[in-house]
Each structure stands twice: as structure tokens, then as C-alpha cells.
Design a protein around this ligand. Structure first.
Ligand code: 9G3
Length: 568
């Protein structure tokens, strides 16, 4: 591609609205442009990188025997009503109507549609197992789109679905696809880590996420030297209990005017946050529940949802809280709370003399003892584990990292096939629901993750495997005919040798062109200048390492091919 004719709008300055390195660099290098909130155009460089990643994904999915299909973006609401998910997902599910007012979702994921295909087309156990996948634009009306294509409202995802008659077969495919993911991310030169994950609203028994390690990642990963790794919301850990050798005192009412937060109450009463218990009212599939953790800890909504077997957990709105407790938000407590389940974390059980909300404006209760002063429906592990807690497996101190979630695999079991009545006839002639797995990989997000890990102060440093172009030819001055003649020839010869070449033939200053070459970050830059040509050489420079090789003009193509072979 000749740069003079290409749409590669680079920018010197950092765009003010971009918070992460990858978002800034994708904008500055002209890879993407924002159309509207959470919606991006891919310009030629971005499109080419996206296609490279897409192709790697396709090759590795095909290699483990998956078949590519393409399902529609428009998903009729009837299918989503069959699984109940039309009502479970709120505004994030993008709903549209046709001219006859029939409702559709713009597909955020395709469990329902694929299950519908399979229930109509697959009859016998002899047709199992199999896996289908698609690479398709997905829609989710995110509350807070951010970080460019990392969290956008329209994004490219590879989603795969497998169908089985038994768990062993599901386990095998699950392993094969996790192995394929490992190869995909290795080919993308990513530093990543598979971790155990919560299943959340999707349901199912088992889940892993692949995390690309990055300080700008939205996910927190908890890791242990013993090999245990999990997302923070899923991680299990031992939370050190504070000493509680005190004698239990009498429950006592205290005035706490305008003191609503743990910090405020703790400071006002001069009591350690670890001796407070916080009570949060959630709606679990629409039903209110109270969840309790120590004041110095946070609740894992994912663990709470698993403990309750609920599809969707959301904090209850203020009016629901006021109605249940008779007090404004900030004074909720478990004492005298009637008619709703109280779920407490295990760490709450041994506490004595704690402070809780008094269910009345400006009131808290002191010297409260769980079990004595209020009833707990059930104790569960619902605490959000953090760095410094101890590993549930080996007892060592847990560490934490930040990561970008680039893929996730779930063992779904029969959740979707049962609710949609998708069955096959087994050997014994009995109709049984398909056992399912599903496997997602964010293609556009992976491109951003690659840039997040491959950049320096001057711009992107693309790995060769996903670079929009392998080589950039840079002509120092378009005024020199000797230089442009050679550059034209090299451009033609490299393309003939199958190399993707970007030819910076713009009539701009050398300074601008060198800066842009670093910014767009093609793995190998070949500079053609009058000075080099005097001694019969062109200069090849590896973007990532800065390593320079002078190549004799007559051997330039072979020399370039040799260097490319050494690049990842
Ligand atoms: C929705 C909306 C958002 C969603 C979902 C449904 C996340 C939803 C989870 C998954 C799970 C798997 C197939 C590939 C592998 C991952 N956000 N999830 O189901 F309606 Cl609005 O998508 N899907």
C-alpha cells in the first residue's frame, strides 16, 4: 500500500479522551476512529490487524475440528423468552422492533440461536459431539463504554458452542479449545494466563478466562505461588480473622447523625472497620436478600449469585431498601430485618461486639453478636478475596495482578438445552438434553491487548504475526529519483515475494516520516536515502529492538526476507 494514497490519519498529540495506552495508540496511529460512544470505525491499519488476528483464530479453531458458521445479528425475542433471558438482561440487551412491531435482540451472544439450530437439525447420538463457531459483530449496550475497543458497544467476537452426550466428551472439547486459545495467544505474542472464573449469569458449572496481563486491565487476578489463579470475584482465600477474645456485651443503640459509610461510622465511633458489619440489600432475580460482610471487606457479587443459584444479582434501588428497612440508605442492618433471607460471609460468624446499621435514620447498634441478636439464613463464602489473604489451597500469601479478559470458556451443562427442549435420541432410544459448552474470544479486544503489551514511548511495536504490514519502506526524500526508483522496485519485488509492504512515498519531511513509522510500528523499516545509496546499501531497522542491518541494494529482498524470518 502506498501511504500517499492510503487513509492513515496519524496524530502527533495524545487524544485527551483516551485513558489507556492501546486506546491512545490506536487513535494516534490511525487504526480506529470513534463514530459515537462505544462505536468505532476500523481504518485500513486497524482493519488489517483485526483480520490477522481473526485469521489466527480461524486457523486454530479449525485445527481442533470446529466448524465455522454465521448466525444472524437479529435474534427474535421468542427464543430469548424461552430461556428467560429476555427478562433477565436489562438495558444491556439491545432491543429493536421490525415494521410489524416484532421484537428482536441485536445478538450479544448466541446460545439461544445455536440451540435452536441444533434442536431442529440434530436427532441422534451418532451425530455427537461437534462444535460450531462464528466470528461476528456483537452488540451490548454497555453502561460505561471505555478504553476504546476494549469495552465497546459493538465488537468482534469469536463465539463457539459444543454439543455432547456426556461430561467426558465435554471435558475433552473444553480442553482442546483451551489448548487452541493458548496457541492463539502465543501466536499473537501475548503474555497471558488462564485463570478460574465465576460463571455468573450465564449459568453452568465451570469456567476459565484467559487474561492478558496489563496494569490497565479491568479485571483483578488473584494468584498463588502454588499455581492457583482465579479472578478476584471467584477466588477462594482464607481471610485472617481479627482476635475476638472479648466478652460479648449488651446490644446498645447509638446515635450516628449523618454517618452512613463504613469510614464515617468507624471514625465517629472510634471503632475499627473490621469490627463493623456491613449489610447490603440485593435483588437476586428480583427477590430481595441481605448480604453481610465485615466492614473492612467487600462482597463478591459473583460468589453471592453462585451461593443463591441466582441468574442476576443487582444492588437493590433506594426505594426498595427504604421500604424493607424503614430507614434511608446507609443505616441498613440485620437486626429485626423481617421477611428476607440474610446471607453472611463465614468471617462474620465468630465476631462479637460488632456495629451494624440500626434500620432507623441516624442510628447504629453496638455490641451486636451474630446468631444472638439476629438470625442468619445461611453462611457462605461471599467475600471478595484480595492480595495478602491466604491461599485456600496451600496457605501461602496471595498476590494480585491486573488483566484484560480476552477469552472465556464455560461448561454449560444442560441449562440451555433443557429450557429450550433441545434433545437427541440416545442409544437406548430415550430423548436427552444436549450437554453444552460455550467458548468466547474477543477479537477486537485482543488487538487492543496486543498493543497494550507491544509499545514504547514512540508508538506501537507490532509483533510480525499480527502487524498490518510486515515492512515499511521509507524514502527519505521523494526528490531523489535514484531513491524513488529503487524504492518502487523494492516495493514491487517484496510484494511479489508475498510480503505485506507499506510504502511511505509521501512528499513529507524525513522527520515526519520517521516519527510516523515509529508510531504505526511495522516490525521492519527499510530506509532508502541518498547517503546509503552512495555506498550501495539500504538500512533495515527492527522496530522493537532498534537493531540496524545494512543490506546491499542487490541483496535487499533476500536480506529483508532473512530478517523477517527471525521476528516473532
Ligand atoms: C446478554 C447481554 C450481555 C451478556 C450476555 C447476555 C455476557 C451473556 C456471557 C456470555 C457467555 C458466553 C458465548 C461465547 C462464550 C461466552 N454478557 N454474557 O450471556 F444478553 Cl446483554 O456471553 N457466550
Amino acid at each position: 500500500m502506498r501511504w500517499s494514497k492510503a487513509l492513515i490519519p496519524t496524530h502527533k498529540e495524545d487524544p485527551s479522551a483516551a485513558e489507556t495506552t492501546s486506546h491512545k495508540l490506536m487513535l494516534r496511529s490511525g487504526c480506529i476512529r470513534k463514530l459515537t460512544s462505544g462505536v468505532y470505525n476500523y481504518l485500513p491499519l486497524g482493519r488489517r490487524a483485526l483480520l490477522k488476528v481473526e485469521q489466527i483464530v480461524r486457523e486454530e479453531m479449525d485445527a481442533v475440528g470446529c466448524q465455522e458458521i454465521l448466525m444472524p445479528v437479529l435474534c427474535p425475542s421468542e427464543l430469548w423468552r424461552e430461556t428467560g433471558r429476555w427478562d433477565v438482561y436489562g438495558k444491556e440487551l439491545w432491543r429493536v422492533r421490525d415494521r410489524n412491531s416484532r421484537e428482536f435482540a441485536l445478538g450479544p451472544t448466541h446460545e439461544e440461536v445455536v440451540t435452536d439450530i441444533v434442536r431442529n437439525e440434530v436427532r441422534s447420538y451418532r451425530e455427537l459431539p461437534f462444535t460450531v463457531y462464528q466470528i461476528q459483530t456483537k452488540f451490548r449496550d454497555e453502561l460505561r463504554p471505555r478504553f476504546g475497543v476494549v469495552r465497546s458497544r459493538e465488537f468482534l467476537m469469536k463465539d463457539a458452542y459444543s454439543f455432547h452426550r456426556d461430561d467426558e466428551s465435554l471435558d475433552e472439547t473444553y480442553r482442546d479449545i483451551c489448548d487452541a486459545y493458548t496457541r492463539i495467544f502465543e501466536r499473537c505474542s501475548l503474555t497471558f494466563r488462564p485463570v478460574e472464573a465465576a460463571t455468573g449469569a450465564i449459568g453452568g458449572s465451570h469456567s476459565h478466562e484467559f487474561m492478558v496481563l496489563s496494569d490497565t486491565g479491568e479485571s483483578e487476578i488473584i494468584v498463588c505461588e502454588c499455581g492457583y489463579a482465579a479472578t478476584d470475584e471467584r477466588a477462594e482465600g482464607a481471610v485472617d480473622p481479627p482476635p475476638c477474645d472479648e466478652a460479648p456485651g449488651e446490644m446498645e443503640r447509638v446515635e450516628t447523625p449523618e454517618m452512613r459509610t463504613i469510614e464515617q461510622v468507624s471514625e465517629f465511633l472510634g471503632i475499627d472497620p473490621g469490627k463493623l458489619v456491613k449489610t447490603i440489600i440485593y435483588e437476586a432475580d428480583g427477590r430481595p436478600v441481605a448480604a453481610l460482610v465485615r466492614g473492612d471487606r467487600e462482597i463478591s457479587e459473583a460468589k453471592l449469585s453462585m451461593a443463591l443459584g441466582a441468574d442476576l444479582i443487582v444492588p437493590a434501588p433506594p426505594d426498595v431498601i427504604e421500604k424493607l428497612t424503614g430507614a434511608p440508605v446507609g443505616f441498613t442492618g440485620p437486626v429485626g430485618l423481617e421477611g428476607i433471607d440474610v446471607i453472611a460471609d463465614h468471617t462474620v460468624e465468630p465476631l462479637v461486639n460488632v456495629v451494624v446499621g440500626g434500620n432507623a435514620q441516624d442510628v447504629h447498634l453496638k455490641n451486636v453478636k451474630p446468631g444472638r441478636d439476629f438470625k442468619v439464613t445461611a453462611f457462605h463464602d461471599i467475600v471478595l478475596v484480595r492480595k495478602g489473604d491466604r491461599c485456600a489451597r496451600c496457605g501461602a500469601e496471595l498476590d494480585s495482578f491486573r488483566g484484560i479478559e480476552v477469552s472465556q470458556a464455560f461448561k454449560l451443562g444442560t441449562k440451555y438445552s433443557s429450557s429450550m427442549n433441545a434433545t437427541y435420541l440416545d442409544e437406548d432410544g430415550v430423548a436427552k438434553p444436549f450437554i453444552m459448552g460455550c467458548y468466547g474470544l474477543g477479537v477486537s479486544r485482543t488487538v487492543a491487548a496486543i498493543i497494550e503489551q507491544h509499545n514504547d514511548k514512540d508508538g506501537i511495536t507490532w509483533p510480525l504475526s499480527v502487524a498490518p504490514f510486515a515492512v515499511e519502506i521509507l524514502v527519505v526524500s521523494m526528490k531523489s529519483e535514484e531513491c524513488t526508483t529503487l524504492a518502487d522496485r523494492l516495493y514491487t519485488d517484496l510484494k511479489a515475494a508475498g510480503v505485506d509492504v507499506l510504502y511511505d512515498d509521501r512528499d513529507d519531511s524525513a522527520g515526519v516520516k520517521f516519527k510516523d513509522a515509529d508510531l504505526v510500528g511495522m516490525p521492519l523499516r527499510v530506509t532508502i536515502g541518498a547517503r546509503g545509496l552512495k555506498s550501495g546499501v539500504v538500512e533495515a531497522r527492527v522496530r522493537k529492538t532498534g537493531e540496524v542491518t545494512e543490506l546491499p541494494v542487490d541483496d535487499a529482498v533476500q536480506g529483508i526476507l532473512r530478517i523477517l524470518e527471525t521476528l516473532p
